[in-house]
Design a protein around this ligand. Structure first.
Ligand code: GLN
Length: 250
């Protein structure tokens, strides 16, 4: 099957993988494989941009950022680089329509802070109004979530695997990704799991998530591809449209 040709342009689809060497546990890599393969099955030219420590050339071309999980040690190895070299570019990319999928440790660092079990407070980039503090008991096991109906997913549930000590609390007005039907989710108390704020998706679901939730993978793809739908000058088309409305409703 050839590439999606718009005139003579092949549509590129870029996944930006944040800290693949340090923040990648419990099968997180499967999310990268799924996004790229589902894009290729639709004829898109999918590629992965690995975004490690330091300067990050090319992030402005990224359609979907993936940020995987990591143990407290790995999070403490990257949080400062995330703040100093990625936060501004991520905020700009999100404003420009890029999508973010952040899982567990990555999700926690999109908030205001993550306080580890050892009591160390790792500042996050604050693009999500939430905070996380380690509890005494780890939340481990399979999870079933009833997805927020506002997402319009074709399947009502999301499934995955969680393993975290962090308890995440959403700020006022933040919508969770869904409600926990089985498992702990954000904090094991308020029944919420993850967050969905515009194109920013956070979750505790590893496993990996997207291979077992193709409906969420396609929602992320759909949102990301909107970036390529540059506004066109529809003056003529809309004039015809309005003329017909006037005529038919006169
Ligand atoms: N270190 C964090 C915690 O324990 C995140 C763990 C993870 O990414 N699975 O909560």
């Amino acid at each position: 099957m050839g590439h999606a040709i718009l005139g003579n342009v092949t549509l590129n689809f870029t996944v930006g993988w944040l800290y693949p060497d340090l923040m990648n546990i419990y099968g997180d890599r499967g999310n990268i494989v799924t996004l790229c393969q589902r894009a290729r099955w639709r004829g898109l030219d999918a590629r992965v941009l690995e975004v490690g420590k330091g300067a990050a050339p090319g992030v402005e071309d990224v359609d979907v950022f993936f940020f995987g999980g990591g143990q407290d040690r790995e999070q403490s190895l990257i949080y400062d680089d995330l703040l100093e070299t990625k936060a501004v570019a991520l905020a700009r990319a999100i404003d420009d329509g890029a999508v973010v999928l952040a899982v567990c440790g990555g999700y926690q660092l999109f908030g205001h802070y993550y306080q580890t079990a050892a009591g160390e407070r790792l500042p996050g980039i604050g693009l999500l109004d939430l905070h996380t503090e380690a509890g005494t008991r780890r939340c481990i096991g399979d999870v079933v979530v009833e997805a927020d109906s506002a997402l319009g997913l074709r399947e009502r549930t999301l499934v995955g695997f969680e393993n975290h000590s962090g308890r995440t609390f959403l700020g006022e007005g933040l919508r969770p990704l869904g409600r926990v039907l089985k498992g702990s989710g954000n904090n094991g108390e308020d029944g919420t799991e993850g967050v969905a704020q515009g194109n920013l998706f956070g979750t505790y679901l590893h496993g990996s998530l997207l291979p077992k939730n193709p409906h969420l993978a396609d929602l992320i793809l759909e949102r990301a591809l909107r970036r390529h739908l540059d506004p066109l000058d529809d003056g003529l088309e809309l004039a015809a449209h309005r003329r017909i409305v006037e005529r038919e409703l006169a």
